[in-house]
Write a protein that binds this ligand. Structure first.
Ligand code: AMP
Ligand code: ZN
Length: 137
């Protein structure tokens, strides 16, 4: 056993309902599903957050996300599907091994995502965009 529950699932030292595996990714059902079929896609290697993921993993990870998402939609007859990732506690991350939630959705299932707000002014929106552009530069 390691100190990371998802590393333990990759190693097979704790059980999981595994649905897909590639050289560097694994997908298994979330033990506490938002909706039946809710799955997690993870890198097999321990990387804590989005920013720790090696870009070289990108293609394989995207392909795994697409394949698993397609299969979940088919198996659950879902009308739609959310892909979600939490990074750090403030965003709801509880397991510090990067993971993408795939959540099948039905029309009118009553599940509401986050409430949206408004900028106090167009200038406030522009200055927020400027701050992010500056951080990218
Ligand atoms: P997050 O809040 O984004 O870190 O999500 C962690 C997710 O891992 C939660 O949705 C948990 O239900 C799920 N989880 C925790 N332990 C296990 C486990 N042993 N097998 C499957 N899913 C798990
Ligand atoms: Zn881990």
């Amino acid at each position: 056993m390691s100190n990371c529950i998802f590393c333990d699932i990759v190693q097979g030292t704790i059980p999981a309902a595994v649905i897909h595996s590639t050289a560097n990714t694994l997908a298994f059902l979330d033990i506490a599903p938002v909706r039946p079929g809710h799955a997690l896609v993870i890198p097999k290697a321990h990387h804590p957050t989005l920013w720790d993921l090696p870009p070289e993993l990108g293609n394989e990870l995207l392909e795994a996300l697409q394949n698993v998402a397609k299969a979940i939609r088919k198996a659950t007859q879902a009308d739609g599907l959310n892909v979600m990732m939490n990074n750090y506690r403030a965003a709801g991350q509880l397991v510090d091994h990067a993971h993408f939630h795939l959540i099948p959705r039905q029309e009118g299932d009553g599940l509401h995502l986050w409430p949206q707000g408004a900028y106090p002014s167009p200038e406030a929106m522009q200055s927020t965009a400027a701050a992010i552009r500056a951080a990218l530069a």
